[in-house]
Design a protein around this ligand. Structure first.
Ligand code: RIB
Length: 308
């Protein structure tokens, strides 16, 4: 039950602010920290901490951030021998503002992630025979995402796509290659062209994504929960209530929890619950990778919430 994550690896530079800035505004923040992130790397760490053998494929720069990012992946048990250290470019960074409610705004400068190309797809191909699932996001070039999804589908490896950062038009050829797509409400709105803000609109969006060829479409509604359209039914799982400190990587934690459950052979409904639980734990801690739960924290959270 091995997972491969093909995607971005960033250093997050995080400013804590009383509220998120308006366009043109200069705002005084009250704290700053740096932590390993990147949607791809976060999902790999989320999976590995839950006990899933996980390979990361991607790129970092030959700089101090790159070294730290590799160390963070390895410390969580992620296999990094297929992360290429690119000497020609700096590592990816994300400038992040987090307000007092835990909401965030993120600007990603791709750096090495933007150089991911066919050579990296080749490295990925060598891992596919031992993998059950491939996790993708959209912080590396779309051509590489499509090539990876094609190769995975051809070898019966399931593809889970987090369409973030969203592109209003995803190539039509990508949808039928996806086993599970996991947009949040903003991403779903841009993909389907109408406002997704509640369970009803999320169900409509999920059904529409399925009509484009995706097998299962999940829409993450943050504090409201998640909706999922499958070939046979539409499911809704409410969110766990938590005190949000920082929502950065909550979506990545969700994808890690969801995928871990799928790999452990649980039903899709149970997988939605695992995703929601991993996301709920992640929002209680600051930073992307520092907030992702290990297996015992995750199991304890689920046990407590299911008994309450
Ligand atoms: O999903 C959160 C992540 O988005 C951050 O860690 C940041 O690096 C961006 O990729």
């Amino acid at each position: 039950m091995t997972a491969i994550v093909f995607g971005s690896i960033n250093m997050d530079l995080v400013a804590k602010t009383p509220r998120l800035p308006l366009p043109g505004e200069t705002l005084l923040g009250y704290a700053f920290f740096q932590a390993p992130g990147g949607k791809g790397a976060n999902q790999a760490v989320a999976l590995a901490r839950l006990g899933i053998p996980t390979y990361m494929v991607g790129r970092v720069g030959a700089d101090s951030f790159g070294k730290e990012l590799l160390k963070s992946l390895q410390a969580s048990g992620v296999r990094t021998e297929n992360v290429f250290v690119d000497e020609t470019v700096s590592s990816g960074v994300a400038a992040i503002a987090v307000d007092q409610k835990g909401e965030n705004q993120i600007i990603v400068i791709p750096g090495a992630n933007g150089r991911v190309n066919d050579d990296d797809v080749e490295r990925l191909l060598s891992l596919l025979p031992q993998a059950s699932v491939l996790l993708l996001q959209l912080e590396i070039p779309i051509s590489a995402v499509i090539a990876a999804a094609r190769a995975a589908t051809a070898t019966q490896v399931r593809v889970i796509l987090d369409p973030a950062p969203v592109q209003s038009h995803l190539p039509d050829e990508l949808y039928p290659l996806i086993d599970i797509i996991t947009p949040n409400e903003l991403e779903a709105s841009q993909l389907v062209g109408f406002c997704v803000h509640d369970v009803q609109s999320a169900k409509k969006a999920a059904v529409q994504l399925r009509q484009r060829g995706v097998k299962n479409a999940i829409v993450k509604l943050g504090a409201q929960g998640v909706v999922c359209a499958t070939p046979s039914e539409t499911l809704f799982v409410p969110a766990f209530s938590t005190e949000a400190v920082d929502t950065v990587a909550a979506g990545d934690a969700f994808n890690g929890g969801l995928t871990a459950a799928v790999l452990e052979g649980l039903s899709l409904e149970q997988a939605l619950l695992w995703g929601a639980a991993a996301g709920a734990v992640a929002v209680t801690k600051a930073g992307a990778q520092p907030s992702l739960p290990d297996r015992s924290t995750f199991d304890e959270f689920l046990r407590q919430r299911q008994n309450s």
